[in-house]
Design a binder for this molecule. Structure first.
Ligand SMILES: Nc1nc2c(ncn2[C@@H]2O[C@H](COP(=O)(O)OP(=O)(O)OP(=O)(O)O)[C@@H](O)[C@H]2O)c(=O)[nH]1
Ligand SMILES: [Mg+2]
Length: 305
């Protein structure tokens, strides 16, 4: 715990429709890739917590799944998870994509935000894609729908506006202790980030239903010595598909697709763990895992189903 009486700490939740750039924002704020990012909606499925510590404050940022109209159990768990992150947030960042409104979802989010105690900042993301004057009617529209503490235009991709956003967040943090050691980046286990990295590559390399029907679990994570006594981390990851046909596509002709997934994932995991990695990936079928609460608990990382 910090001795400093003026030290501030708190939780900042990042919420919004799918694909608006919430995970990109988390990564840019942390200066490290923690959350997976793809051009496809519904990439994030869980709360991803990233910790920023300075001499004066500690902020726990919580990235969440994009909110949508849930059609099956996995999606309703994702929605529950996202709204759950608002309950203990000191500040909520409501992220919108300035190039694309999601009227129904955003109306629903705004209604929900009226019931929470957090300070709410509207984050207008992807400003790198538009001409500045285009923002004026958006400011106008949103300020009529909710009393935001601030409305801040940013680009999570280029980091434009991020320092202004962070300055504003700091002003709303309560006095509080340092909850985590100063060098800790997240409270989630390494296995989670490894599984997510593999899932990201599958999402990037497959189409239609497959990105959404895939789950990844790391079954083994073990330090081993090579013959030359160098350290290497052995990882065995299992990819779950819902059907045999999906499994075949993920494996690809002659194992080509899963090999590519492995190559790309290994590069990122080695960077993340800062060590050499031997990654083995198996693909298997778990019928209807997205609809079954017990399987969702096992494969989806949802603890309180
Ligand atoms: N041009 C531009 N693209 C961005 C920006 N922020 C995010 N993107 C892109 O938008 C897409 C979605 O980004 P994510 O960070 O995965 O979005 P998300 O809100 O976390 O999406 P879900 O997890 O599906 O809810 C990716 O292709 C990003 O590269 C930005 O500021 N500018
Ligand atoms: Mg995301």
């Amino acid at each position: 715990m910090d001795e400093n009486q003026s030290f501030k700490s708190g939780y900042v939740s990042i919420i919004g429709a799918p694909n608006v750039g919430k995970s990109t924002l988390l990564n840019t704020i942390l200066g490290q890739k923690l959350a997976i990012v793809t051009p496809k909606p519904q990439t994030t499925r869980n709360q991803i917590r990233g910790i920023v510590t300075t001499d004066t404050h500690q902020i726990i940022f919580v990235d969440t799944p994009g909110l949508m109209d849930p059609k099956y159990r996995l999606q309703s768990e994702m929605v529950k998870t996202a709204y759950g992150a608002l309950s203990d947030a000191d500040v909520a960042l409501f992220v919108i994509d300035v190039t694309r409104p999601y009227p129904d979802i955003e109306d629903r989010i705004l209604r929900h935000l009226k019931r929470v105690k957090s300070t709410v900042i509207l984050v207008l993301n992807k400003v790198d894609l538009i001409a500045k004057p285009t923002l004026l009617p958006i400011f106008d529209d949103y300020s009529q729908r909710y009393e935001f503490a601030h409305m801040i235009p940013i680009s999570a991709l280029t980091a434009d506006g991020i320092s202004v956003l962070l300055e504003q967040i700091e002003t709303y943090l309560p006095l509080g202790p340092r909850y985590f050691p100063e060098d800790q980046l997240s409270d989630l286990p390494e296995r989670f980030f490894i599984a997510e990295t593999v899932r990201e590559k599958i999402m990037l390399l497959t189409q239609r239903e497959i990105p959404y029907a895939s789950a990844v679990v790391v079954e083994e994570f073990e330090k081993r010595q090579t013959k030359k006594s160098n350290e290497i981390i052995y990882i065995r990851a299992i990819v779950y598909a819902e059907r045999q046909t999906q499994k075949q596509i993920i494996i690809g002709k002659g194992g080509k697709l899963i090999k590519r997934v492995g190559e790309l994932a290994r590069i990122d995991i080695e960077k993340f763990l800062d060590t050499r990695v031997f990654l083995e990936i198996y693909v298997t079928v778990k019928t209807n895992w997205r609809k079954d609460p017990r399987k969702l608990k096992e494969l989806g990382g949802f603890t309180d189903i």
